[in-house]
Design a protein around this ligand. Structure first.
Ligand code: UD1
Length: 430
């Protein structure tokens, strides 16, 4: 199993290219199930989750060609991938595939909309909470689907003439359930109004792509999305938006180690709350024409309190990274997690590096220390893993992050991007 060895202490200086967003690429790829034409996606990141979803889509009958050719191109940062699903070969998404990645459950929406039925295993994914699927099932039921759970599978069936447009208000904001309801509603009979929808930029990216495919969606990016059903969708070409979580992660790494880094190919508007928070810690952040520049010169990291919230609030996917930064602040900060109930598994690992953190319910109290010291640590989920890398970059001596497969799910060429900026990071394979 691969490990990442980091020798801490170097400031980061240079340019880091930001990849396409994992959390946009996944639903966009799934949208290819909605049409028999080719959906071409540009700027698709090379990640284990993307590869995993390709396998799942292949099982449903999607023909996939990378950069116009069938073989994989290992050395491209940004890939263009063509997805063509002439016919749905299989409406079942089996446990062996879905259990590896929660987002693969989302195929339920397009399968149901196009084929009138779907049998999808209940999901697995990151161990960061119970993560139920009740909201998905309620939303699909609102569209007229008949849902039954049997042997760990959700069996969903649409009414004879297809799904029916409806008005539905989510009792809780869910990114995944918003994606699924929006996709399912594109082919429903009549108009669907989704209230209390997720406003994440990835939802807007998906809506833009679906509209390019012929869907009639308005209001994406706000709390109310309206989808007028159409009879069929066609192909389209769409560029995946930049990864705001990767952007924020590297910005936090620089805020912690000091230095001067330009993040290329990203957009500050995607993560204003997180960047404002970082500015309050003492980092200087300026938007450039093609991305943003982050500079940290002062040696004091100021403590700042954060509460995670649905977009446009502070993202839960940057909570662990921000906590790593706060372990070196000059005071006490409080970090409250409101999205996932079990997303503090990095706390005990950060403590191994010398961090002082105490937990009380959904709130962590982080007392800054003047130095962290390298140690072996274990990654437990995707964002927790990268928080350990950030902490390792600022720690004295050597930190070895075990179970790196979590990182490979969501961060493209992490060690290469950091090494180019002067960090001492290497992958050790066994
Ligand atoms: C997506 C992101 C993930 C991010 C999360 C919150 C992808 C691939 N993943 O995950 O990186 O951390 O948004 O920004 O885009 N919930 C229910 N019932 C449901 C569905 C969700 O109770 O049926 C709860 C979840 O347990 C959680 C909250 O709603 O507490 C938000 O989850 P959700 O927005 O659905 O997260 P994901 O879409 O899984």
């Amino acid at each position: 199993m691969d490990r990442i060895r980091i020798t801490g202490g170097n400031a980061l200086r240079g340019i880091i290219p930001i990849s396409g967003a994992k959390n946009a690429a996944l639903p966009l790829m799934i949208a290819s199930l909605l049409t028999s034409d080719t959906l071409t996606l540009e700027n698709v990141p090379h990640l284990a989750d993307v590869e995993g979803l390709m396998r799942i889509l292949g099982n449903h009958g999607v023909d996939i060609a990378v950069n116009g050719r069938r073989e994989r191109q290992e050395n491209d940062y940004s890939r263009t991938i063509h997805f063509t699903c002439r016919t749905i070969a299989d409406t079942t998404a089996p446990y062996e595939l879905v259990s590896k990645m929660r987002a693969s459950f989302w195929v339920i929406g397009p399968l149901l909309a196009r084929e009138g039925r779907a049998r999808v295993s209940l999901p697995g994914g990151c161990a960061i909470g119970t993560r139920p699927v009740d909201l998905f099932l309620e939303a699909l039921t609102a569209l007229g689907a008949d849902i039954e759970i049997d042997g760990g599978y959700v069996n969903a069936t649409a009414p004879k003439g297809g799904l029916l447009g409806a008005r539905y208000r989510f009792p809780k904001v869910s990114v995944g359930a918003t994606h699924v309801m929006m996709m399912a509603a594109t082919l429903a009979n009549g108009t669907t109004v989704i209230e209390n929808a997720a406003r994440e930029p990835e939802v807007l990216d998906l809506a833009n792509c679906l509209n390019a495919m012929g869907a009639k969606i308005s209001g994406a990016g706000t709390k109310t999305i309206t989808v007028e059903g159409v009879a069929s969708l066609s192909g389209a070409r769409h560029r995946v938006l930049p990864d705001r979580i990767e952007t924020g992660t590297y910005a936090m790494a620089v805020a912690m180690t000091g230095g001067d880094v330009t993040l290329e190919g990203t957009d500050a508007a995607l993560l204003e709350t997180a960047l404002d928070t970082l500015r309050q810690t003492g980092a200087e952040i300026t938007a450039t024409e093609t991305g943003l520049r982050i500079v940290r010169t002062g040696d004091r990291i100021l403590p700042v309190d954060v509460v995670t919230e649905p977009f446009p609030g502070f993202p839960t996917d940057l909570q662990a990274q921000f906590m790593a930064l706060m372990t070196r602040s000059s005071g006490v900060s409080h970090i409250t997690e409101t999205i996932f109930e079990n997303r503090f598994m990095h706390v005990q690992e950060l403590a191994r590096l010398g961090a002082r953190i105490s937990l009380s319910g959904q709130m962590a109290r982080v007392e800054g220390v003047s130095r962290l010291k390298g140690a072996p640590v274990m990654a437990t989920d995707l964002r927790a893993s990268v928080s350990l890398v950030i902490a390792g970059l600022a720690a004295e001596g050597e930190t070895v992050v075990n179970r790196v497969y979590h990182l490979d799910r969501g961060f493209e060429r992490l060690e290469e991007k950091l090494t180019r900026c002067g960090a001492l990071v290497e992958r050790v394979s066994e």
